[in-house]
Design a binder for this molecule. Structure first.
Ligand code: GAL
Length: 712
């Protein structure tokens, strides 16, 4: 199954597996074994080749401390194996059994209000706890030794969605580990005091033993340096917890692949030890849930955004949990995919880099906190439309997989992403401004809707395949990236740098020279003289500001109408734009062209957007945050000269397009994300692989229809 050890992390990296994994997370422990034979037959008939099991079953695998019983899973794995369905097993550490938390209560997380986590849900044990790590190593070792020679166990998932329910803990045990981490990070307490700004508000410590955990609102704000290091610690602890498991699994059987299924991307540094340890990442995708949680307006674009973000960490991935139907936990429920839409959503995952996919879940639970989280088979054990669609998807994959595997996803526009420090630096001090991801989402959405190949990429990755790179307000721009982006520009690339980039160093101190720091300032020929806040378009002043952000207990009140609102405008091309969030006044070098100007109030006439020719490319600086109209303006101004164009011309609304390519082949995915049939008017010549028909010109797509064209 596994062809090679993982190549270095890169957005361009395909999976090194010899087959496309297709199947479902499966919980044989939720039904009696009378179901199992029929389940296996139905999975085989649907074309499944894999299931995932065991992630919440520690209490069955080790019913009492040191007493193991794998018999239930041995039998389930064997029956599935007889039908050609392999198993991915999971380390079951998201849900420690009750005996463990009762005997070792120090492993339980404590929240910021001092409440100790309770048994009965999940992720209540702290992955930073040395005692919990010991038990994690014990159960992983027992499982690895038991399954090392089982031919049907082909790979492993570590834990389940680490940090998704909660990532923090404020227990005594966590504090001890935090102090230990800091002792490793700083040679002396004076170094820590310098990094955290010990002379501000008398926060300096006399020794590491005095260091506290950062609490917001108790009563004011901790230092950004303190908060950043707490999150670095949590990420390091999460990586170390996983590393224990990976080491044990790899020693037991080096042919196993090992991955983790990401959920919420919290306190994990995927491009650090966490990602290097794995063969590939898994990303669980619930487009309708994510869209509702983030109110991003459209689950198809939201799905694309999440997957493109994920691919930025380490390249192609698998989707261990792909939404299949209605989903709920007691406090919420999601919209329901319409007929054909489950297959379309799965195909969108493939278009954006999935080299394996499992539909969550084989059948829904009859008990517990997810009784209405539907699966492929219904509660009454009857396969209906979701089963038919899963089978259709599996047969689609059978048609395309030979050409699909080994390809990577085309990106003409890259957005700087996948950097833990920059993500956290923003969060330590958000001041009501959009996060880098929120800002980048506007550009991503524009590209998605216009059929432009776009994704996320880390500056340390291979930038040479991009035409344009956007840096969305990376506060902690690192000097070691300067040379790489300059080489990209000199070779013909277009670099676009957003406001506030490069304003802080690795300790979260504001730099002592003008932004954006010597490297980017030298490249763009721009220095920031002044910055200030502006109201969002359409808003009444600077509100809403979250009361919690202010560290106050009373809700923020709106200012009286007309009190503080200031609007700044600028021109770009032949259009005047209203500014959002922030303005910057720029000093420019003589060879820098101002392509946008502030156009009212005191800033009138000053440069707002600049461009400088460097080598065969250009470096653009944007002295404000993105709005939808500014993205349109930048696209009009920059895309034609950068060579950025849609993958197909005249893309109709609601059609998603993506290209997967290798040196000798290009697969164009065209996906109708709507219930109305549509025709794509101008598709390049090729063969549509799902039907085997030749295509050139108009290509009709049924409701939620999918086409994969191998271009000639
Ligand atoms: C995922 C999780 C699953 C299940 C699913 C539906 O986040 O990994 O165990 O809870 O969501 O809620």
């Amino acid at each position: 199954m596994k062809l090679a050890s993982p190549a270095p992390l890169s957005v361009w990296r395909p999976l090194a597996l010899d087959d496309f994994l297709v199947g479902a997370p499966h919980y044989p422990e939720h039904v009696d074994d009378g179901y199992w034979q029929r389940d296996a037959e139905r999975m085989a008939a649907a074309g499944f080749n894999v299931v995932r099991m065991g992630e919440f079953a520690w209490h069955i695998l080790e019913p009492r401390e040191g007493v193991f019983d794998f018999s239930l899973f041995d039998r389930a794995i064997a029956i599935l194996g007889q039908h050609g369905v392999n198993t991915i097993f999971c380390t079951p550490t998201a849900t420690p059994p009750r005996w463990l938390t009762a005997t070792y209560p120090e492993v339980l997380r404590v929240d910021e209000h001092g409440r100790t986590a309770s048994h009965g849900s999940r992720q209540h044990a702290d992955t930073a706890s040395p005692v919990y790590r010991l038990h994690s190593r014990r159960i992983t070792t027992a499982l690895a030794e038991h399954y090392r020679d089982n031919p049907h166990v082909v790979g492993w998932q570590t834990d389940n969605e680490l940090n998704t329910t909660v990532s923090t803990s404020y227990s005594e045990a966590t504090l001890r580990e935090f102090r230990r981490y800091l002792r490793g990070r700083y040679a002396t307490i004076a170094d820590l005091n310098y990094a955290w700004g010990g002379d501000f508000w008398a926060l300096a410590y006399d020794s590491f033993d005095q260091v506290v955990l950062p609490l917001t609102g108790a009563p004011g704000h901790p230092s950004p340096g303190h908060v950043q290091d707490f999150h670095r610690f949590l990420a390091a602890a999460t990586a170390a917890f996983q590393h224990d498991q990976v080491e044990i699994l790899r020693a037991a059987n080096p042919d196993w692949f090992v991955f983790h299924n990401l959920g919420r991307l919290v306190d994990i540094d995927f491009r650090g030890e966490f990602g290097h340890d794995l063969d590939f990442l898994g990303f669980d995708i619930y487009p309708m849930l994510y869209d509702e949680m983030q109110r991003t307006g459209g689950h198809a674009a939201t799905q694309a955004l999440h997957l493109d973000v994920c691919r930025g960490f380490s390249g192609n991935f698998i989707v261990p949990e792909q939404a299949s139907g209605f989903g709920s936990q007691p406090a919420f429920s999601t919209m329901t995919p319409e007929p054909g839409e489950m297959r379309r959503m799965a195909m969108s995952s493939v278009a954006r880099g999935a080299d394996g996919l499992m539909f969550f879940r084989w059948r829904p639970a009859h008990f517990g906190a997810e009784i209405y989280w539907m699966g492929i088979i219904d509660h009454d054990d009857v396969p209906r439309r979701r089963y038919e669609e899963a089978a259709r998807f599996a047969s689609d994959i059978a048609r395309i997989k030979r050409e699909l595997l080994g390809t990577s996803v085309r990106m003409d526009v890259g957005i700087a992403g996948a950097d833990f420090d920059n993500q956290e630096a923003y969060k330590t001090y958000p001041i009501g401004l959009p996060s880098p991801l929120e800002d980048a989402t506007r550009l991503h959405r524009y590209c998605y809707e216009h059929g432009i190949a776009c994704g996320f990429i880390h500056p340390e990755d291979d930038l040479s395949r991009l035409k344009l790179l956007y840096i969305p307000h990376w506060l902690m721009w690192k000097p070691e990236w300067d040379e790489r982006v300059e080489a990209f520009v000199r070779a013909g690339g277009t670099l676009v740098v957003g406001a506030m980039t490069g304003t802080r160093d690795a300790d979260n101190h504001i730099i002592r020279t003008q932004a954006p720091g010597p490297g980017l300032a030298g490249l763009c020929g721009v220095r920031v003289e002044e910055f200030g806040r502006v109201a969002e378009p359409g808003s009444d002043g600077l509100f809403p500001i979250q009361a919690a952000e202010l560290g106050q207990n009373k809700p923020a009140e709106r200012p009286p109408a007309g009190s503080t609102k200031r609007r700044y405008r600028f021109t770009l091309g032949n259009r005047e734009h209203e500014t959002a969030h922030l303005y910057e006044l720029l000093e420019t070098e003589p060879d820098v062209e101002a392509i946008g100007h502030w156009s009212n109030r005191f800033a009138s006439g000053r440069a707002a957007v600049t461009s400088r020719e460097v080598g065969a490319g250009r470096a653009v600086y944007v002295g404000t945050y993105l709005t939808d109209t500014l993205v349109e303006g930048l696209a009009d101004q920059l895309f034609p000269t950068a060579g950025v164009a849609p993958l197909v011309p005249d893309l109709p609304p609601h059609v998603e397009v993506a290209l997967r390519e290798a040196e000798d082949r290009k697969l164009l995915f065209l996906l109708n994300t709507d219930a109305e049939p549509v025709t794509v008017p101008d598709v390049p010549a090729g063969t549509e692989l799902l039907t085997g028909r030749p295509v050139e010109g108009a290509l009709p797509l049924e409701a939620y229809g999918c086409a994969v064209v191998r271009l000639s």
